[in-house]
Design a protein around this ligand. Structure first.
Ligand code: THU
Length: 143
C-alpha cells in the first residue's frame, strides 16, 4: 500500500496546511470521557469549503460518533451532497491512528479512490498520506 510519510513542517504539505491544522484544532473539542482517545477530522469539499468534526462519545457506547462522520455530516448539512477533495484526520499517538471501518465506508459515499487522506499525529508531527482507495478498496457504493 502506498503511504508517504512527512513531517508536518514539510513544504510539500503547504497546500493542505490549513486542513491539517483544522483537524488538530478540532481534536481539542473531542468529547471522549470513556476512551480518552481524541480524534479530529477536517474535510475539504470540491466546492472549496472546509468542515470539521470531532468524536463525541455517549454513555451508551454504541451511540458514539466518530470525528470523520461528524465532519461529513457537517458538510452535507451546510452545502448538501458534494464530493470530498482532501481529508485530514488527527490523533495523538506518535504513529497517527487509522480511521475505523465504519468511517471508511461512510466516507466512500463522497470520496473517490484518488483523494488524499492525511493522518496526522498531534504529538510527533508525523503526517502519513494515503490514497483513499488504498484505505477503502472495493467500497460498497451501489446496489
Ligand atoms: N474514533 C474516531 O473518532 N474515528 C475513528 O476512525 C476511530 C475511532 C473514536 C471513537 C471513540 O470515541 C474513540 O475514537 C475510541 O474508539
Amino acid at each position: 500500500m502506498a503511504c508517504k510519510v512527512y513531517n508536518e513542517s514539510s513544504d510539500e504539505l503547504d497546500n493542505v496546511r490549513k486542513l491539517i491544522n483544522a483537524s488538530k484544532k478540532v481534536l481539542e473539542n473531542a468529547f471522549a470521557p470513556f476512551s480518552h482517545f481524541r480524534v479530529g477530522a477536517a474535510i475539504l469539499t470540491e466546492k472549496g469549503n472546509m468542515y470539521t468534526g470531532c468524536n463525541v462519545e455517549n454513555s451508551s457506547f454504541g451511540g458514539t460518533i466518530c470525528a470523520e462522520r461528524g465532519a461529513a455530516m457537517a458538510s452535507v448539512a451546510a452545502e448538501g451532497y458534494s464530493r470530498f477533495k482532501a481529508i485530514a484526520i488527527a490523533t495523538e499517538p506518535e504513529d497517527p491512528a487509522q480511521p475505523c471501518g465504519i468511517c471508511r465506508q461512510f466516507l466512500s459515499q463522497f470520496t473517490s479512490p484518488d483523494v488524499p487522506v492525511y493522518l496526522v499525529s498531534t504529538t510527533s508531527g508525523v503526517v502519513k498520506r494515503f490514497d483513499f482507495g488504498d484505505l477503502m478498496p472495493f467500497a460498497f457504493v451501489e446496489f
